[in-house]
Design a protein around this ligand. Structure first.
Ligand code: ATP
Length: 341
Protein backbone atom coordinates (compact mmCIF):
# COMPACT_ATOMS: atom_id res chain seq x y z
CA UNK A 1 0.00 0.00 0.00
CA UNK A 2 1.33 3.44 -0.95
CA UNK A 3 1.48 6.11 1.75
CA UNK A 4 1.83 9.84 1.59
CA UNK A 5 4.43 11.59 3.76
CA UNK A 6 5.38 15.19 4.39
CA UNK A 7 7.31 17.35 6.85
CA UNK A 8 5.42 18.73 9.86
CA UNK A 9 5.11 22.40 8.95
CA UNK A 10 3.86 24.78 6.18
CA UNK A 11 0.83 22.93 4.71
CA UNK A 12 1.26 19.47 6.27
CA UNK A 13 -2.27 19.39 7.68
CA UNK A 14 -3.87 20.13 4.33
CA UNK A 15 -1.63 17.67 2.46
CA UNK A 16 -2.23 14.78 4.86
CA UNK A 17 -5.96 15.45 5.24
CA UNK A 18 -6.23 15.38 1.43
CA UNK A 19 -4.25 12.14 1.25
CA UNK A 20 -6.41 10.60 3.97
CA UNK A 21 -9.60 11.59 2.11
CA UNK A 22 -8.24 9.86 -0.99
CA UNK A 23 -7.65 6.68 1.00
CA UNK A 24 -3.89 6.82 1.56
CA UNK A 25 -2.05 6.00 4.74
CA UNK A 26 -0.47 9.24 6.01
CA UNK A 27 2.94 9.78 7.58
CA UNK A 28 4.25 12.93 9.24
CA UNK A 29 7.97 13.49 9.63
CA UNK A 30 7.72 15.57 12.76
CA UNK A 31 10.20 17.50 14.86
CA UNK A 32 9.85 16.33 18.46
CA UNK A 33 9.01 19.86 19.60
CA UNK A 34 5.89 19.88 17.37
CA UNK A 35 4.62 16.40 18.19
CA UNK A 36 1.99 17.66 20.62
CA UNK A 37 0.44 19.92 18.01
CA UNK A 38 0.18 17.31 15.28
CA UNK A 39 -1.08 14.53 17.59
CA UNK A 40 -4.33 16.51 17.74
CA UNK A 41 -5.24 15.40 14.22
CA UNK A 42 -6.64 11.92 13.74
CA UNK A 43 -6.00 11.74 9.99
CA UNK A 44 -2.25 11.43 10.63
CA UNK A 45 -1.62 7.69 10.80
CA UNK A 46 2.05 7.52 11.63
CA UNK A 47 4.73 9.78 13.06
CA UNK A 48 8.43 9.64 12.32
CA UNK A 49 9.93 11.78 15.06
CA UNK A 50 13.15 13.64 14.31
CA UNK A 51 15.34 16.30 15.87
CA UNK A 52 15.92 17.91 12.48
CA UNK A 53 14.19 17.49 9.12
CA UNK A 54 17.58 16.72 7.57
CA UNK A 55 17.24 13.25 9.10
CA UNK A 56 15.11 12.28 6.08
CA UNK A 57 18.45 11.89 4.31
CA UNK A 58 19.61 9.30 6.85
CA UNK A 59 19.25 5.58 6.31
CA UNK A 60 17.12 5.02 9.42
CA UNK A 61 14.47 7.41 8.18
CA UNK A 62 14.77 6.30 4.54
CA UNK A 63 14.17 2.69 5.62
CA UNK A 64 11.04 3.61 7.60
CA UNK A 65 9.64 5.51 4.64
CA UNK A 66 10.54 2.74 2.23
CA UNK A 67 8.83 0.16 4.42
CA UNK A 68 5.60 2.13 4.03
CA UNK A 69 6.04 2.70 0.30
CA UNK A 70 6.00 6.41 0.99
CA UNK A 71 5.88 9.30 -1.45
CA UNK A 72 7.09 12.64 -0.04
CA UNK A 73 5.11 15.78 -0.85
CA UNK A 74 7.62 18.66 -0.92
CA UNK A 75 6.68 22.08 0.44
CA UNK A 76 8.31 25.36 1.46
CA UNK A 77 9.89 23.99 4.63
CA UNK A 78 11.76 21.32 2.70
CA UNK A 79 13.52 23.87 0.54
CA UNK A 80 13.92 26.40 3.35
CA UNK A 81 15.73 23.89 5.57
CA UNK A 82 17.75 21.96 2.99
CA UNK A 83 19.97 23.13 0.19
CA UNK A 84 19.38 21.99 -3.38
CA UNK A 85 22.05 19.25 -3.23
CA UNK A 86 20.39 17.79 -0.15
CA UNK A 87 16.92 17.93 -1.70
CA UNK A 88 18.20 16.19 -4.83
CA UNK A 89 19.88 13.53 -2.68
CA UNK A 90 16.62 12.45 -1.01
CA UNK A 91 16.21 8.75 -1.78
CA UNK A 92 12.49 8.51 -1.05
CA UNK A 93 10.34 9.23 -4.14
CA UNK A 94 9.23 12.86 -4.31
CA UNK A 95 5.96 13.99 -5.83
CA UNK A 96 6.58 16.34 -8.78
CA UNK A 97 9.92 17.39 -10.22
CA UNK A 98 12.56 17.70 -7.49
CA UNK A 99 15.06 19.12 -9.99
CA UNK A 100 12.97 22.25 -10.52
CA UNK A 101 13.27 23.10 -6.82
CA UNK A 102 16.86 24.22 -7.49
CA UNK A 103 15.45 26.68 -10.05
CA UNK A 104 13.21 28.06 -7.35
CA UNK A 105 16.00 28.45 -4.79
CA UNK A 106 18.60 30.09 -7.01
CA UNK A 107 17.58 33.64 -7.90
CA UNK A 108 19.47 33.68 -11.22
CA UNK A 109 18.05 30.34 -12.39
CA UNK A 110 14.65 31.55 -11.25
CA UNK A 111 14.96 34.68 -13.38
CA UNK A 112 15.96 32.55 -16.39
CA UNK A 113 12.93 30.27 -16.09
CA UNK A 114 10.60 33.25 -15.70
CA UNK A 115 12.00 35.06 -18.72
CA UNK A 116 11.96 31.86 -20.83
CA UNK A 117 8.29 31.64 -19.84
CA UNK A 118 7.85 35.11 -21.41
CA UNK A 119 6.42 36.44 -18.19
CA UNK A 120 6.56 40.13 -17.51
CA UNK A 121 9.19 40.35 -14.75
CA UNK A 122 10.75 43.22 -12.78
CA UNK A 123 14.26 44.19 -13.84
CA UNK A 124 17.02 42.77 -11.65
CA UNK A 125 19.80 45.13 -10.66
CA UNK A 126 23.32 43.74 -10.72
CA UNK A 127 25.05 46.26 -8.47
CA UNK A 128 23.87 48.63 -5.71
CA UNK A 129 25.52 51.44 -7.74
CA UNK A 130 22.80 51.04 -10.35
CA UNK A 131 19.92 51.64 -7.96
CA UNK A 132 17.87 54.48 -9.35
CA UNK A 133 14.32 54.35 -8.01
CA UNK A 134 12.46 52.03 -5.66
CA UNK A 135 13.99 48.54 -5.32
CA UNK A 136 13.45 45.53 -3.10
CA UNK A 137 16.49 43.64 -1.80
CA UNK A 138 15.72 39.96 -1.18
CA UNK A 139 17.65 37.09 0.30
CA UNK A 140 18.34 33.97 -1.77
CA UNK A 141 16.21 30.86 -1.25
CA UNK A 142 12.78 30.71 0.31
CA UNK A 143 13.37 33.13 3.16
CA UNK A 144 9.66 33.90 3.34
CA UNK A 145 10.32 37.62 3.08
CA UNK A 146 12.38 37.82 6.27
CA UNK A 147 15.17 40.39 6.10
CA UNK A 148 13.93 41.88 2.81
CA UNK A 149 13.99 45.65 2.52
CA UNK A 150 13.17 48.55 0.22
CA UNK A 151 15.62 51.26 -0.85
CA UNK A 152 15.64 54.12 -3.33
CA UNK A 153 19.37 54.77 -3.81
CA UNK A 154 22.79 53.26 -3.10
CA UNK A 155 23.31 55.12 0.20
CA UNK A 156 19.92 54.04 1.51
CA UNK A 157 20.63 50.44 0.40
CA UNK A 158 24.02 50.34 2.16
CA UNK A 159 22.63 51.70 5.41
CA UNK A 160 19.95 49.00 5.53
CA UNK A 161 22.28 46.25 4.35
CA UNK A 162 24.79 47.14 7.09
CA UNK A 163 22.08 47.02 9.72
CA UNK A 164 21.12 43.48 8.61
CA UNK A 165 24.80 42.44 8.67
CA UNK A 166 25.07 43.82 12.20
CA UNK A 167 21.99 41.82 13.24
CA UNK A 168 23.56 38.68 11.75
CA UNK A 169 20.68 38.23 9.24
CA UNK A 170 23.00 38.38 6.21
CA UNK A 171 26.77 38.26 5.62
CA UNK A 172 27.01 40.76 2.78
CA UNK A 173 25.92 41.83 -0.72
CA UNK A 174 26.24 38.30 -2.09
CA UNK A 175 23.31 37.23 0.14
CA UNK A 176 21.05 39.77 -1.53
CA UNK A 177 19.30 39.93 -4.88
CA UNK A 178 18.10 43.37 -5.94
CA UNK A 179 14.97 43.77 -8.01
CA UNK A 180 12.90 46.73 -9.19
CA UNK A 181 9.87 47.16 -6.94
CA UNK A 182 6.65 46.38 -8.82
CA UNK A 183 3.73 48.71 -7.99
CA UNK A 184 0.16 47.51 -7.73
CA UNK A 185 -1.82 44.95 -5.77
CA UNK A 186 -0.26 41.62 -4.99
CA UNK A 187 -1.80 38.31 -6.08
CA UNK A 188 -0.47 34.76 -5.71
CA UNK A 189 -1.85 32.55 -8.46
CA UNK A 190 -2.15 28.88 -7.51
CA UNK A 191 -2.06 26.23 -10.22
CA UNK A 192 -1.95 22.48 -10.62
CA UNK A 193 -0.49 20.98 -13.78
CA UNK A 194 -1.47 17.37 -14.39
CA UNK A 195 1.27 15.60 -16.31
CA UNK A 196 -1.10 12.64 -16.64
CA UNK A 197 -3.77 14.62 -18.46
CA UNK A 198 -1.49 17.33 -19.86
CA UNK A 199 -3.91 19.86 -18.40
CA UNK A 200 -3.52 23.03 -16.36
CA UNK A 201 -5.99 23.67 -13.53
CA UNK A 202 -6.24 27.10 -11.92
CA UNK A 203 -6.91 26.50 -8.25
CA UNK A 204 -7.12 29.80 -6.43
CA UNK A 205 -5.62 33.14 -5.51
CA UNK A 206 -4.41 34.54 -2.23
CA UNK A 207 -2.59 37.53 -0.86
CA UNK A 208 0.01 37.33 1.83
CA UNK A 209 -0.23 39.21 5.07
CA UNK A 210 3.31 40.21 5.84
CA UNK A 211 4.87 41.66 8.95
CA UNK A 212 5.62 44.33 9.45
CA UNK A 213 5.12 45.92 6.03
CA UNK A 214 1.35 45.31 6.08
CA UNK A 215 1.05 46.93 9.50
CA UNK A 216 2.59 50.20 8.38
CA UNK A 217 -0.67 51.56 6.97
CA UNK A 218 -2.02 51.79 10.54
CA UNK A 219 0.70 54.22 11.54
CA UNK A 220 0.23 57.87 10.48
CA UNK A 221 2.95 59.35 8.23
CA UNK A 222 4.57 61.68 10.82
CA UNK A 223 5.15 58.74 13.21
CA UNK A 224 6.34 56.50 10.37
CA UNK A 225 9.07 59.01 9.58
CA UNK A 226 10.28 58.90 13.18
CA UNK A 227 10.56 55.11 13.31
CA UNK A 228 14.01 53.80 12.54
CA UNK A 229 13.27 50.11 11.93
CA UNK A 230 13.57 48.36 8.59
CA UNK A 231 10.15 46.89 7.78
CA UNK A 232 10.37 43.26 6.76
CA UNK A 233 8.11 41.09 4.55
CA UNK A 234 7.81 38.09 6.87
CA UNK A 235 4.68 36.05 6.00
CA UNK A 236 2.25 35.71 8.89
CA UNK A 237 -0.77 34.39 7.05
CA UNK A 238 -2.80 34.49 3.86
CA UNK A 239 -5.96 36.26 2.74
CA UNK A 240 -8.32 34.96 0.02
CA UNK A 241 -8.91 36.83 -3.21
CA UNK A 242 -11.02 36.36 -6.31
CA UNK A 243 -10.01 38.03 -9.54
CA UNK A 244 -12.05 40.02 -12.02
CA UNK A 245 -13.22 37.39 -14.47
CA UNK A 246 -11.68 39.27 -17.38
CA UNK A 247 -8.22 38.59 -15.89
CA UNK A 248 -8.62 34.83 -16.02
CA UNK A 249 -7.65 34.31 -19.62
CA UNK A 250 -4.20 35.74 -18.98
CA UNK A 251 -3.92 33.72 -15.76
CA UNK A 252 -4.23 30.51 -17.78
CA UNK A 253 -1.90 31.66 -20.54
CA UNK A 254 0.82 32.66 -18.05
CA UNK A 255 0.54 29.27 -16.32
CA UNK A 256 0.72 27.44 -19.64
CA UNK A 257 3.78 29.38 -20.77
CA UNK A 258 5.45 28.54 -17.48
CA UNK A 259 4.70 24.82 -17.87
CA UNK A 260 5.99 24.87 -21.48
CA UNK A 261 9.26 26.60 -20.57
CA UNK A 262 9.84 24.26 -17.63
CA UNK A 263 9.56 21.26 -19.97
CA UNK A 264 12.35 22.71 -22.09
CA UNK A 265 14.63 23.81 -19.25
CA UNK A 266 14.23 21.24 -16.50
CA UNK A 267 12.89 17.88 -17.53
CA UNK A 268 10.31 16.44 -17.00
CA UNK A 269 9.02 19.99 -16.45
CA UNK A 270 6.66 21.44 -13.89
CA UNK A 271 4.49 18.66 -12.49
CA UNK A 272 1.81 19.22 -9.85
CA UNK A 273 1.20 22.40 -7.86
CA UNK A 274 2.98 25.70 -8.46
CA UNK A 275 2.40 29.40 -7.92
CA UNK A 276 3.09 32.57 -9.88
CA UNK A 277 3.53 35.48 -7.52
CA UNK A 278 3.31 39.13 -8.46
CA UNK A 279 1.29 42.30 -8.71
CA UNK A 280 -1.48 43.67 -10.92
CA UNK A 281 -1.02 47.29 -11.99
CA UNK A 282 -3.79 49.83 -12.60
CA UNK A 283 -4.42 48.50 -16.10
CA UNK A 284 -4.68 44.87 -14.96
CA UNK A 285 -1.20 43.95 -16.23
CA UNK A 286 0.53 41.28 -14.11
CA UNK A 287 4.21 41.49 -13.19
CA UNK A 288 5.57 38.20 -11.85
CA UNK A 289 8.30 38.76 -9.28
CA UNK A 290 8.57 35.17 -8.10
CA UNK A 291 7.39 31.59 -8.56
CA UNK A 292 7.13 28.58 -6.27
CA UNK A 293 7.56 25.22 -7.97
CA UNK A 294 5.60 23.27 -5.33
CA UNK A 295 2.53 23.67 -3.17
CA UNK A 296 2.34 27.09 -1.47
CA UNK A 297 0.95 27.78 2.00
CA UNK A 298 -1.69 30.10 0.48
CA UNK A 299 -3.57 26.98 -0.62
CA UNK A 300 -4.29 26.32 3.10
CA UNK A 301 -7.16 28.78 2.66
CA UNK A 302 -9.03 26.37 0.45
CA UNK A 303 -9.18 23.11 2.41
CA UNK A 304 -12.83 22.80 1.38
CA UNK A 305 -12.17 23.82 -2.20
CA UNK A 306 -11.83 27.30 -3.71
CA UNK A 307 -14.07 29.52 -5.85
CA UNK A 308 -12.10 28.12 -8.81
CA UNK A 309 -11.76 24.44 -7.90
CA UNK A 310 -15.57 24.42 -7.58
CA UNK A 311 -15.77 24.96 -11.36
CA UNK A 312 -13.66 21.87 -12.01
CA UNK A 313 -14.77 19.45 -9.28
CA UNK A 314 -18.21 18.64 -7.89
CA UNK A 315 -16.63 17.85 -4.52
CA UNK A 316 -14.40 19.73 -2.08
CA UNK A 317 -10.99 19.67 -3.66
CA UNK A 318 -8.06 21.15 -1.78
CA UNK A 319 -4.63 21.29 -3.37
CA UNK A 320 -3.52 18.58 -0.94
CA UNK A 321 -6.33 16.34 -2.04
CA UNK A 322 -5.64 17.12 -5.72
CA UNK A 323 -2.07 15.89 -5.27
CA UNK A 324 -3.31 12.66 -3.69
CA UNK A 325 -5.85 12.23 -6.49
CA UNK A 326 -3.05 12.51 -9.06
CA UNK A 327 -1.04 9.83 -7.23
CA UNK A 328 -4.12 7.60 -7.12
CA UNK A 329 -4.79 8.03 -10.85
CA UNK A 330 -1.15 7.44 -11.73
CA UNK A 331 -1.07 4.26 -9.64
CA UNK A 332 -4.24 2.96 -11.24
CA UNK A 333 -2.77 3.44 -14.72
CA UNK A 334 0.77 2.35 -13.91
CA UNK A 335 2.10 5.86 -14.55
CA UNK A 336 3.77 6.71 -11.26
CA UNK A 337 7.07 7.35 -13.05
CA UNK A 338 5.41 10.32 -14.79
CA UNK A 339 4.74 12.18 -11.54
CA UNK A 340 7.59 11.15 -9.23
CA UNK A 341 11.31 11.96 -9.20
P1 ATP B 1 8.56 32.43 -0.75
O1 ATP B 1 9.65 31.51 -1.11
O2 ATP B 1 7.93 32.16 0.57
O3 ATP B 1 7.59 32.65 -1.89
P2 ATP B 1 10.47 34.49 -0.94
O4 ATP B 1 11.37 34.50 0.22
O5 ATP B 1 10.99 33.86 -2.18
O6 ATP B 1 9.14 33.87 -0.51
P3 ATP B 1 9.27 36.72 -2.38
O7 ATP B 1 7.95 36.05 -2.59
O8 ATP B 1 10.14 36.96 -3.56
O9 ATP B 1 10.05 35.99 -1.21
O10 ATP B 1 9.06 38.12 -1.68
C1 ATP B 1 8.47 38.28 -0.41
C2 ATP B 1 7.54 39.48 -0.45
O11 ATP B 1 8.23 40.64 -0.88
C3 ATP B 1 6.40 39.33 -1.44
O12 ATP B 1 5.32 38.65 -0.91
C4 ATP B 1 6.06 40.78 -1.76
O13 ATP B 1 5.29 41.39 -0.76
C5 ATP B 1 7.39 41.44 -1.75
N1 ATP B 1 8.03 41.52 -3.08
C6 ATP B 1 8.98 40.68 -3.57
N2 ATP B 1 9.43 41.08 -4.78
C7 ATP B 1 8.74 42.21 -5.08
C8 ATP B 1 8.77 43.12 -6.18
N3 ATP B 1 9.62 42.98 -7.19
N4 ATP B 1 7.93 44.17 -6.14
C9 ATP B 1 7.07 44.34 -5.11
N5 ATP B 1 7.02 43.54 -4.02
C10 ATP B 1 7.84 42.49 -3.99
Amino acid sequence: MTSVATLGSHCALQVLKGAHDEGFKTILVCEKKREKLYRRFSFIDEFILVDSFKEILEQKCVAKLEEQNAIIIPHGTLIAQMNSNEVEAIKTPIFGNKWILRWESDRNMKEKLMSESQLNIPKSISSPKEINGLIIAKRHGAAGGKGYFLATNEKDYKRKRDKLIQQGTIKGDSDLYIQEYAFGVSAYLQYFYSALKDELEFFGVDRRYESDIDGLGRIPAPQQIDIDTIPSFNVIGNIPLVLRESLLEEVYSMGEKFVEASKRLVKPGMTGPFCLEGVYDDSGKFTTFEFSARIVAGTNLYVDGSPYSAFIYDESMSMGRRIAREIKNAKKNNQLSKILT
